[in-house]
Design a protein around this ligand. Structure first.
Ligand code: NAP
Length: 275
């Protein structure tokens, strides 16, 4: 009997050239003894790219900016968490030729936070109202935490807060906000905004923990200032590793080598930026 072809996994986004997902996934499959390859695709036409999943065939796809919401109508099935979050970052192409959507960003945030603190009954200030913010609010509620939303554009923040039944505050009111943990889900701190923080320095002492979803650079300006203000900081690396690890579980039903994944990404960040 002919051996089945080695599995192929992919990343769909635009742009994708900067992504460390191929490095992390390929290192994991090699360590797991799985003869698979994970390849980045810069997608121009999403509908066409989705059709190609079934033709190629690709067994699993990671979805990143700007397609996490746009991809949803093209899938055959979407799990309940992704429906509630309103975004899919993982597609499983199953044995019945069906495409199933999942969201592992919320799992990434929750697993990473749980390495530093207990979420239950703690107050979390979520800065931002995009896909990562929705995943954060959903995940914190799932674990019994108490989130509030802060956003630059009130309409978008209010919409998210209303959907999840949590309070909203405009960014201009940051100085009056207190919570045990602040989570930055805005891109302020990564290129082209490296060296910028999304919050005034004076507000940082209000948070015992400060997490940044950005992992490149690892030590963002926000985290540097939060450390100086006495907060314990959590980089976006753990979220990145845990969201990828969950994708590997969904696609292979096997346990991924989390520490190795963390190590290869960290080494690459250090090589590129001295992080
Ligand atoms: P998104 O949907 O575009 O949302 C971005 C949010 O940031 C919006 O609410 C936007 O506010 C706010 N924002 C943007 N620029 C701002 C500025 N200059 N000042 C204040 N607020 C600003 O993006 P996303 O998909 O949620 O991703 C957000 C970040 O999370 C990115 O840096 C991404 O790399 C990171 N992320 C990391 C992981 C990981 O694994 N570590 C996973 C997913 C995402 P408005 O509503 O006012 O426009």
């Amino acid at each position: 009997m002919k051996n089945p072809a080695p599995p192929i996994f992919a990343l769909f986004g635009n742009p994708v050239s900067h992504s460390l997902s191929p490095l992390m996934h390929n290192a994991a499959y090699q360590k797991m003894g799985i003869d698979a390859s994970y390849r980045p695709y810069c997608v121009e036409d999403l509908e066409e790219a989705i059709k190609r999943i079934k033709k190629l065939p690709l067994q699993g796809v990671s979805v990143t900016i700007p397609f996490k919401t746009a991809v949803m109508p093209y899938l055959d099935e979407i799990d309940a968490s992704s429906q509630e979050i309103g975004a899919v970052n993982t597609i499983l192409h199953d044995d019945n030729n069906r495409l199933k959507g999942y969201n592992t960003d919320w799992i990434g945030i929750v697993r990473d936070l749980e390495e530093s603190l207990e979420i239950k009954k703690k107050h979390f200030a979520i800065l931002g109202a995009g896909g990562a913010a929705r995943a954060a609010v959903f995940g914190i509620l799932q674990r019994g935490g108490i989130p509030l939303v802060i956003n630059r554009t009130p309409e978008r923040g209010e919409k998210l807060a209303k959907e999840f039944g949590v309070p909203f505050y405009p960014l201009s009111e940051i100085k009056g906000i207190r919570a045990e943990c602040l989570i930055n889900t805005t891109p302020v701190g990564m290129a082209p905004d490296r060296g910028r923080s999304p919050l005034p320095r004076e507000s940082l002492s209000h948070f015992r923990w400060v997490m940044d979803c950005i992992y490149n650079p690892l030590r963002t300006q926000l985290l540097k200032e939060a450390e100086e203000a006495g907060s314990t900081v959590i980089t976006g690396l753990g979220m990145f590793v845990h969201q990828g690890a969950e994708q590997i579980r969904i696609w292979t039903r096997k346990e991924p080598p989390i520490e190795l994944m963390r190590k290869v990404v960290l080494a690459k960040l250090k090589e590129d930026h001295g992080d």
